[in-house]
Design a protein around this ligand. Structure first.
Ligand SMILES: Nc1ncnc2c1ncn2[C@@H]1O[C@H](COP(=O)(O)OP(=O)(O)O)[C@@H](O)[C@H]1O
Ligand SMILES: [Mg+2]
Length: 455
């Protein structure tokens, strides 16, 4: 990362830092509070005398090094799966996601499961009232276990003290943006408050060996005081993502000090909470349109899991003005580029039409490995010719219409084979071996791929 050049300004009121001077602190709103902060260059030179400091122990990477800290299952399947077994004593986990995506639901499920096994859970209700949480718990479980207790307080000092003194088996702070420290400037949710509160509660967690989970709200725009400022402070960061209007959510680990970040869970959201999907490809292809033009099957990789996904396109005559481009789960910029390449390199013209492209199920497929599948879906829609439902499609498309290799081709081909596909179109330069029962069709360009599929 390039070193920031020029001075850094710090707010005298809330400590927020910025590289641009403004008359008013954008964080706490104080006027004229930004002062030039001491930079590395202007800091007084420090003299080191290393002979007085005890050196650290150098250790070999032995088999013991890889042993992970013992984790206690939360018995909430998605969380245990993604965290590789459960929560480690004294660890701090952040679950981040947009409002309404289901963070409180998921943690309520974990809280119920842990308390039902005879342990004590402390749920800090900052974002919602205890009554609202109670209604959610009633919806998720027939019985609310006695060990599930709430603390209706937003003072981080009180929360930390309660963790240290009560030593519950799990503490949930829902959310970290709703708590504050009275001796720190700024409103609850500001960068300074969020950092200071998280540090205070983390200290209590470490000292008392209580696992703590913070809920962090992510805003679509800016995300100033969002979970990003906490990522380096906590042991694990989980993101809950998805489209609120669809039933699927993906829980993934972005950082995990005690385990791998490879596990990802596909979840379905229902009245009774979230359930992990055992076989994502079967689930995602369950409602696919067969024998309909504008549908193609691609494969994305989540963590280390391949998931087959239906890419759909609808092309219709445009009204007056600029044609509509709408991409759901597909990169909108990529869609524009693909339309240009399809027109220029394959002679299939949809630039003057309204084009809707969609990854079915509200899944995020903004991934170049589905370029070819999206392009094929569009071409199929324009030509009004369905694609053979037993043919899978992988490949990235370059501006010259050439097909480029993608990552982990074997994993994807194996998934197509497992799901009963017979053919897969693969970029020629990929050079992969076909798994048993699967016929690999190599294509060097988009035009070649379309020749196989449409004509
Ligand atoms: N009565 C209900 N029945 C089914 N689903 C509900 C009900 N109430 C809320 N939900 C679902 O729960 C979601 C809110 O989940 P919640 O855990 O509160 O999100 P977050 O904590 O991330 O803001 C809603 O978007 C909705 O999908
Ligand atoms: Mg919530």
């Amino acid at each position: 990362m390039p070193k920031p050049s020029g001075p850094i300004y710090a707010c005298a009121k809330c400590d927020a830092q910025t590289s641009k001077w403004t008359g008013r602190c954008l964080e706490c709103g104080a006027w004229g509070s930004l002062k030039e902060a001491e930079s590395a260059e202007s800091a007084p030179e420090r003299k080191h005398d290393f002979s007085k400091t005890k050196s650290g122990a150098l250790t070999r990477f032995s088999a013991d090094t890889a042993k992970s800290a013992p984790a206690t299952p939360t018995r909430c399947a998605p969380i245990d799966l993604v965290l590789g077994g459960g929560l480690v004593a004294g660890s701090v986990t952040l679950i981040a996601g947009e409002p309404g995506i289901g963070k409180s639901t998921l943690l309520s499920q974990a809280a119920i499961a842990i308390a039902a096994s005879g342990r004590r859970v402390m749920y800090v209700t900052g974002e919602e009232s205890p009554a609202q949480i109670r209604r959610r718990l009633e919806r998720l479980s027939d019985k609310i276990p006695d060990g599930l207790l709430f603390l209706d307080d937003t003072d981080a000092q009180v929360i930390a003290a309660t963790i240290a003194n009560e030593r519950p088996d799990l503490a949930i702070v829902d959310s970290i943006q709703s708590v504050r420290l009275s001796d720190v400037n700024g409103d609850a949710g500001s960068v300074t408050q969020v950092k200071a509160c998280a540090a205070t509660i983390t200290e209590a967690a470490k000292k008392s060996h209580v696992p703590v989970v913070f809920v962090g709200q992510v805003t679509k725009d800016g995300d100033v005081a969002g979970p990003r400022v906490l990522e380096h402070l906590v042991d694990a960061v989980l993101y809950l993502e998805g489209d609120k209007d669809h039933r699927y959510r993906i829980l993934r680990a972005l950082k995990h000090r005690f385990g791998s970040t490879d596990e990802t869970a596909l979840l379905t959201m229902s009245e009774r909470g979230m359930e992990p999907v055992e076989d994502p490809s079967s689930e995602l292809l369950k409602d696919r349109a067969t024998n309909t033009a504008g549908s193609a099957i691609g494969c994305i990789i989540e963590g280390h899991r391949p998931m087959l996904i239906e890419l759909q396109a609808l092309v219709s005559p445009a009204g007056y003005g600029t044609p509509i481009r709408r991409a759901t789960g597909v990169d909108p910029q990529r869609l524009g580029m693909l339309l240009a390449v399809i027109a220029k390199r394959a002679g299939i013209y949809a630039l003057d039409k309204d084009v809707y492209a969609n990854a079915a199920g509200g899944i995020d497929a903004r991934d170049q490995s589905v370029d070819l599948a999206v392009a094929v879906a569009i071409a199929s829609a324009v030509k009004e010719k369905p694609i053979d439902p037993r043919t899978g499609i992988i490949g990235e498309i370059g501006l010259a219409g050439e097909l480029r290799p993608i990552s982990l081709p074997e994993l994807r081909l194996k998934e197509f084979a497992r799901m009963g596909f017979q053919n897969v179109i693969v970029p020629k330069r990929q050079g992969t071996h076909a798994p048993k029962g699967l016929h690999v069709i190599e294509a060097a360009t988009l035009r070649e791929a379309l020749d196989h599929l449409l004509f």
